[in-house]
Design a protein around this ligand. Structure first.
Ligand code: ZN
Length: 242
């Protein structure tokens, strides 16, 4: 069965002792869980060991939840390391209300079977919830709650709005103010097209790269670049036809 417990000491089938110590999971009782379960969220696979921001999202989850103590599940099993997994805060929150109603296990083997079954169920629920959250997120990003209203385009996996491009143009203006190194870009043979904005012209591919963070070597100038910019409502022309 596909669970993290097979990697635990003794295959996660004999008691390892309770997780304890320290004032929080990150500085104490979570560390022995990391040792058994690894640094990735057991449910969604998100790496939590690094960078720092991910580390802040590290938490531990009781696979068979603590509320089973009310069903007379043995405390020393529920709180043992064999019942604990590495979890990101999001999965932990998604699974917060998860209930186990199986009658109390007669022995540790039965407990482990209950744990394995509910782990699979919890992972399926967490992944389904992530898919739902992601869909809502994409909708938010594309709508007025995100980075400006209007259409978005995708370049190299990065979603871009018109506002992003306008910000990139402002950055470009700061980088090459008035007279400067870029004033002659229109004269350069390698620049075939011109992006029009605010009465000025700009190199389309360079602007799109600035807006997306995708390096110019990784996408095509010309039709790809021009199509994306036009989809966001910009005017792009052949530079000779300005
Ligand atoms: Zn997760």
């Amino acid at each position: 069965m596909d669970t993290p417990f097979s990697h635990y000491r003794d295959g996660g089938r004999t008691l390892l002792g309770p997780a304890r110590g320290g004032e929080s999971s990150r500085h104490g009782y979570g560390l022995p869980v990391l040792e058994q379960c690894g640094h990735d969220c057991a449910y969604c696979g998100r790496p939590l060991g690094e960078p720092y921001e991910n580390w802040l999202d590290f938490s531990i989850d009781h696979v068979v939840p603590s509320n089973t103590l009310n069903l007379r599940y043995p405390k020393e099993w529920v709180n043992d390391l064999i019942n604990l997994v590495t979890s990101c805060r999001a999965c932990n929150e998604f699974l917060n209300q998860y209930k186990v109603t199986d009658p109390p296990p007669a022995n540790l083997e039965e407990f482990c079977a209950i744990r394995d079954r509910h782990f699979q169920e919890k992972r399926a629920r967490a992944l389904a919830r992530h898919a739902h959250e992601r869909m809502l997120y994409e909708r938010w990003r594309a709508g007025s709650g995100g980075r400006g209203s209007g259409p978005t385009v995708v370049l190299g996996g990065v979603s871009l709005s018109r506002d992003d491009v306008v910000r990139a143009i402002a950055t470009f203006d700061r980088e090459f103010p008035g007279t400067g190194s870029y004033d002659d870009w229109l004269a350069k043979e390698s620049y075939k097209y011109a992006l029009h904005h605010g009465g000025k012209v700009y190199p389309p591919k360079r602007i799109l790269s600035l807006a997306s963070g995708v390096r110019v070597q990784r996408f095509n100038g010309g039709s790809q670049t021009n199509h994306l910019l036009r989809s966001l409502g910009f005017k792009v022309t052949d530079k000779s036809a300005r």
